[in-house]
Design a protein around this ligand. Sequence first.
Ligand code: ZN
Ligand code: ZN
Length: 133
Amino acid sequence: MLAGEHVHLTADAVYGRAQQLLPEISLATVYNTLNELVDMGEVLEISTGDGPKRYDPNTTAAHHHLYCVDCGALRDVTPDGLDRLALPTSERHGFELVDVDVVFRGHCPDCRSTEPAGSPAPPDHLTTAPPAT
Ligand SMILES: [Zn+2]
Ligand SMILES: [Zn+2]
């Protein structure tokens, strides 16, 4: 039910879609199935810090995410250099690393355009582009 689409659905959204195919399916079944898919590595679980977890079927290409803190939009991104992101042995606390998951947070273009004028400007070092006029 996730295959072939590059989207980041919440469990509730997956449930809604599954119900169209299997009207008698329960939300618990959907959660269990998602957990199994995550365990099998078929689906990535993305925690954005707040809001519900998202499930990402794009497991073929390593990627990171860009998250809008206003509307929850989530996009795949492949930042420069992060495939070489290294954690020194002294920082690993004995862990064997299997994955790294980076979420960039910000305001998407839709949300930026609806921001009220006069909202506090971000600090200079976070500004990547001149403000739109
Ligand atoms: Zn947004
Ligand atoms: Zn993704």
